[in-house]
Design a protein around this ligand. Structure first.
Ligand code: GLU
Length: 289
């Protein structure tokens, strides 16, 4: 499995994203990365290996900004490498995206985009999605949310994504289909993560996104709509009453019992989006052969 984290608000996003990625490390991964956006554009630091290595690389950089996205990758398409690590950029370098899941029709979309002259930097299925978003955004003069929505109509597969753009340095777009995403609602700040554990230290008010939801967030507001028909969705804000240790123990009296019961969910989550019953194919990083 792999993890996503996003932040928009008044604080520096970098330490929040790095701390969040550390909380998601238990999910397993092979590379990590972070991107921020401000009035000077999108900046990215990413590498193969641990979040600790990313943290060191970030410390040596000038990465900063009130909007940030982070990712831990478990490679399905393309080797674990610095280049293939997320976030990925569109051709113009203005749009950055993190993605958990698999774009099943990436091959035909990639060929289509290449025929239109798009140059790819990585071997990933994910880059196809960010290039497609970029194409809609720049060619059809859509807003970032509109371009994400349009691109997702063409995509077959599973995704949890968070997207930022240098041209809209005040917004964060996220969407899900098959990969979990939780929205944390703070005081004029918002958090996105693959599960609630990185959000709890900041806020206990959360919205669980459902498959087919797209959320557009700016510094004071958020709106959830359906990817399919753009209709607004009313979401219930839930309050997480457990403390972090209780969440980690999942209501069980001790960790060993929790881990025994966790096996079903862990195996399901690990395989989600990677096994296709329809085509009888599997994408499992490291055991491709
Ligand atoms: N399919 C994407 C890749 O290989 C995302 C993998 C993940 O979920 O981390 O880059």
């Amino acid at each position: 499995m792999c993890g996503i984290i996003g932040y928009i608000g008044h604080q520096d996003s970098v330490p929040i994203v790095i701390k969040g990625l550390k909380r998601l490390e238990y999910r397993g991964y092979d590379s990590a990365g972070i991107a921020t956006v401000d009035s000077t554009g999108v900046k990215i630091v990413k590498n193969e290996g641990k979040v600790a290595r990313l943290e060191k690389n970030v410390d040596e950089s000038t990465l900063r900004g009130n909007i940030g996205i982070g990712h831990t990758r478990w490679a399905t398409h393309g080797a674990p490498s610095d280049t293939n690590a997320h976030p990925h950029l569109d051709e113009t370098g203005k749009i950055a995206l993190v993605h958990n899941g698999i774009i099943e029709n990436y091959d035909s979309l990639r060929k289509l985009l290449e025929r239109e002259g798009v140059k790819f930097e990585t071997e990933t299925d994910t880059e196809v999605l960010v290039q497609l978003i970029g194409r809609f955004y720049h060619a059809d003069e859509m807003t970032l949310a509109e371009a994400v929505q349009a691109a997702l109509q063409d995509v077959v597969g599973t995704y949890g994504i968070v997207v930022i753009s240098a041209d809209e340095p005040d917004s964060l777009i996220a969407a899900r289909m098959g990969s979990p995403l939780v929205l944390g609602i703070g005081e004029e700040e918002f958090f996105l993560a693959s599960d609630a554990s990185p959000i709890i230290p900041h806020t206990r008010n959360v919205v669980y996104l459902d498959d087919g939801d797209l959320v557009e967030i700016n510094k004071s507001n958020y709106e959830v709509r359906r990817i399919g028909d753009n209709k607004p969705v009313n979401k219930v804000i839930e309050r997480i009453e457990y403390n972090l240790e209780e969440i980690e123990k999942g209501g069980f009296p001790h960790y060993m019992l929790k881990e025994i019961h966790d096996q079903v969910h862990t195996i399901t989550d690990t395989m989600r989006g990677r096994l296709s019953l329809e085509t009888g194919t599997a994408h499992l990083g490291g055991i491709a052969d």
